[in-house]
Every structure is written in structure tokens, then in C-alpha cells.
Design a protein around this ligand. Structure first.
Ligand code: GLU
Length: 464
């Protein structure tokens, strides 16, 4: 039987980082086994499932390359089918109408509370004749759950987990208004979509036992389960905004590359020896559910940053240039060419695309440049006189390339009897407005002669 997995988010306005990891594991497991990966939007909560909220999920998935292999399924479109299944179960005697009044339920709740037990429906309509139904109560449909024995699920991640059936009461399948409950919808959809493996957060582990009872009542094959431990913050507490529990869109805005986020999420809860940098292809080859850890993993922003630095250095220069240009906005052709030419030097230093963009901005600036305070401090009168001499040297030399520029700087430094840095640092300030940049000879080469001279003359006061 070929594997079919699914990612089934409830739209909340963004693709949560934990959801992205669930999607990734489902995608990887399907790819690893040569199966299929599907996406289902659980949009039955109309208030939350706005078109924007749904779009945010797709945007996040598209960015990570985790859209489904087929058109997505919308749970809200299947509600009639879910209701039909509930009625079929009633017809088969596997479910029943329950006419409990709110007061009766309240009494059950209070009794359970007094006994210090969780609320369990007492089955009062399980075997009662519907002809006894009170007037004016819209009945709910409840599953006839097994009363005795136990249910064991062999979870691919959690191992063998057993629950006493008396813990599972006759839960509701259809509400009084005829709408299906989440528990029913999930099971029917997973069955109809042919899902063989349900991989999701371990906050759904308890649901799996109820869902298994429902599958059995319908005489459907119970899918295999894998419940993934939640993500915690670096301090071990449950992940919150403070720890980086953001939507993937926030990571995109902070300048992380999708391959970084994927690699990071892969390692967050799954491991292959000591390997930290794992390509998508490698992950597909290695991914197994058994290697998913059983304890919560800790989210570590510093690790994410380091990984991003790696993927930025690996990334194609023209792709990075496009990202930088989009970030800067309004870059003319000359600026674009300079950024592309200077990208190899720029990308060695940046941890995020935001940083890369900031570092690249000087290539598109025009005179007079803005200077950081530190850069300004380097441009002393003495430095300016050396730069004036350098300007003449640069203007006169025949070839314009990194080596020739370096040679010119060395010549002037030697003539003035100063260390190379005493000239190179003010030169950096003059050309970039800053004290940090790629190698300054490379910068001058990328800027080309006319712009280099214009920037020098602008601060040496020799501009025409
Ligand atoms: N829609 C559920 C959620 O977003 C997931 C349901 C499931 O995976 O079974 O938490």
C-alpha cells in the first residue's frame, strides 16, 4: 500500500512554525516512501477561516515548497458528507440520538467535578428508545464507544500507547444543529482522502483513541499514527511568541531563507547522527519516523542564524541579488549590476537577507554619502590628504582591477610612510560610508573608476 500523508491546518492567520514542521515531516515521509503528500484546510470555524487566513497558510507552504501534491481539500466543503456518515452509524446501530438537556449535562459535569473525575457522558440515551424523546430538544448524535477493555495504538513516534476504553465516553459526532464535530470531520476526511499515515502534533494524541473508535465503528482501516512532540523555547518552557513562535512569514521578513527554515525545522525534533546541515535531497533519503525524538525540542534562534549564514553563502548570487534589490526598492541598473558583482563578497558576512540588504545599500548610494559616526571619525584632515594623493594615483593608473587598486593604495601608503590600514580604513569610510564592508579593493573594483573617484572627490573637497 502506497503511503499517503496530509497536513491539515486550521487557518489562524499564519503558518505557525510548529505547523510548518508538521507539514515538512509529512512531506518528507511521503517523499521518502515514494508516496503522496496532501493538504487539507480545516476551515470549519467560519469566524477564523477568512480567505486571508487561508491564503496565509498557502503563502507559507509555497515559500517552503510544501504545497500538496494535489489540489487542497477544504473541510468545509465536505460537511454534508460528514453528517451522512453520522446518520449511517445511527442506521447501523453504532451511534444514537441523544436528547440530553443542557441541565442534565450540567448535572453530569457537577457530579464528575465533585468526584474529582473528568466529565464523561453517562450514556443515558445509549440504549433508550427515541420514542421517549422529549419535545423541543434538538438531539446530538453520539458514537457508541466501546465501554470495556482497552485500546492500544502503536504510534510511530510515541511507541505503544494504551488507554482504558472507559476513559472514552460516547462523544458527539453531530451537534444539535446538524453540524459535524471536529472529531467526525477529521476521520471522514482522512478516510476519504485515503490517508495511510496521520502525522501531527502530540496535542492530538488523545484524539487518536476516539478517532480509532470511530474508524472501527465504520469498519474502516485505522491509519497509522505518528504524534510529534511539541516545540519548546530555549528555556524549556512551552513555545511562545517570546521564543520565536511566529508565523513562517515573520522568519521570511527577518531575512531567513526557506532552505534554512526547512533544515532547522528538520533538525528540531529529528536527527541523523551529528549532521546539522542537511539538504532537502539528503533529508528525503534519511527521513524515518522512528528517528523523530520523543521529547519536546528546543527552539534556538542563534542556531537558526548560523544556519542561515551558511545557506546565504551557498546561495546563488543572482537569487540573492534579486532578494536584496526587492528589499532596497528602486535600484537603477547600475546599482543592480554592482550588487550582483559585489555579491560574492557581501554574502560572506551576512546572517540574514535583511543584513545583506543593509550591507549592500552603499553600492546604490550616490554622493554625498551618509557616514556612520565611526566612519566620519576616520576622515581626519590627515586622512583626507592621503586620500587626495590616492585619488590622483587612482585617476592616473591604466587598468582598473582589484590588484591594481591594491597596488595603488600600497604605493601611496609607502610614500606617506603609514601603515596600509591607515589608508585603507579611511578609503573604506569614503567609499562605503561605513567601517565594515567587503574587502575595500574589491569594493572599489565593483564601483568602477568613475564612481570611486566621485566618492573620493566628494569628501576630499576636490569634486568639480
Ligand atoms: N486542524 C488541526 C490543527 O490545526 C489538525 C488536525 C489533525 O492533524 O488531525 O491542529
Amino acid at each position: 500500500m502506497s503511503v499517503v500523508t496530509r497536513f491539515a491546518p486550521s487557518p489562524t492567520g499564519f503558518l505557525h512554525i510548529g505547523g510548518a514542521r508538521t507539514a515538512l515531516y509529512n512531506w518528507l515521509y511521503a517523499r521518502h516512501t515514494g508516496g503522496k503528500y496532501l493538504v487539507r484546510i480545516e476551515d470549519t470555524d467560519k469566524a477564523r477561516s477568512t480567505p486571508e487566513a487561508v491564503q496565509a497558510i498557502f503563502d507559507g507552504l509555497a515559500w517552503l515548497g510544501l504545497l500538496g501534491d494535489e489540489e487542497p481539500v477544504y473541510q468545509s466543503a465536505q460537511l454534508n458528507r460528514h453528517a451522512e456518515v453520522a446518520k449511517e452509524l445511527v442506521a447501523k446501530g453504532r451511534a444514537y440520538y441523544c436528547y440530553c438537556t443542557p441541565e442534565e449535562l450540567q448535572t453530569m459535569r457537577e457530579e464528575a467535578k465533585a468526584a474529582g473525575k473528568p466529565m464523561r457522558y453517562n450514556g443515558m440515551w445509549r440504549d433508550r428508545d427515541p420514542s421517549e424523546a422529549p419535545a423541543g430538544v434538538d438531539p446530538v448524535v453520539r458514537l457508541k464507544a466501546p465501554l470495556e477493555g482497552e485500546t492500544t495504538l502503536v504510534d510511530h513516534i510515541q511507541g505503544e500507547v494504551t488507554v482504558q476504553n472507559e476513559q472514552l465516553d460516547d462523544f458527539v459526532l453531530l451537534r444539535g444543529d446538524g453540524t459535524p464535530t471536529y472529531m467526525l470531520s477529521v476521520v471522514v476526511d482522512d478516510h476519504d482522502m485515503g490517508i495511510t499515515h496521520v502525522l501531527r502534533g502530540d496535542d492530538h494524541l488523545n484524539n487518536a483513541f476516539r478517532q480509532a473508535a470511530l474508524y472501527r465503528a465504520m469498519e474502516w482501516d485505522v491509519p497509522e499514527f505518528g504524534h510529534i512532540p511539541l516545540i519548546h523555547g530555549a528555556d524549556g518552557a512551552k513555545l511562545s511568541k517570546r521564543h520565536g513562535a511566529l508565523g513562517v512569514d515573520a522568519y521570511r521578513e527577518m531575512g531567513y531563507l526557506p532552505e534554512t527554515v526547512k533544515n532547522y525545522l528538520l533538525r528540531l525534533g529529528w536527527g541523523h547522527g551529528d549532521d546539522e546541515i542537511i539538504s532537502s535531497a539528503q533529508a528525503v533519503e534519511w527521513f524515518t519516523l522512528e528517528a523523530v525524538g520523543r521529547s519536546p525540542s528546543r527552539f534556538d534562534l542563534a542556531k537558526l542564524e548560523n544556519l542561515n549564514g551558511h545557506y546565504i553563502r551557498e546561495a546563488d548570487d543572482s537569487r540573492l541579488t534579486d532578494l536584496v534589490i526587492a528589499g532596497l526598492g528602486n535600484v537603477d541598473e547600475t546599482g543592480q549590476k554592482r550588487i550582483l558583482k559585489g555579491m560574492d563578497g557581501l554574502k560572506q558576512r551576512a546572517k540574514t537577507i535583511v543584513e545583506l540588504t543593509e550591507n549592500a545599500a552603499f553600492y546604490t548610494a550616490s554622493v554625498p554619502l551618509n557616514f556612520t559616526e565611526k566612519a566620519q571619525n576616520l576622515l581626519t584632515e590627515e586622512a583626507l590628504s592621503h586620500l587626495t594623493a590616492l585619488t590622483a594615483e587612482l585617476e592616473a593608473m591604466p587598468d582598473w582591477n582589484e590588484e591594481a587598486i591594491e597596488q595603488a593604495v600600497r604605493t601611496i601608503a609607502e610614500k606617506a610612510d603609514i601603515k596600509l590600514g591607515k589608508l585603507a580604513q579611511p578609503l573604506r569610510a569614503a567609499l562605503t560610508g561605513s567601517t565594515v564592508s567587503p574587502g575595500i579593493f574589491e569594493v572599489a573594483a565593483v564601483l568602477e573608476r568613475a564612481e570611486t573617484l566621485a566618492r573620493l572627490k566628494a569628501i576630499c573637497g576636490t569634486a568639480q
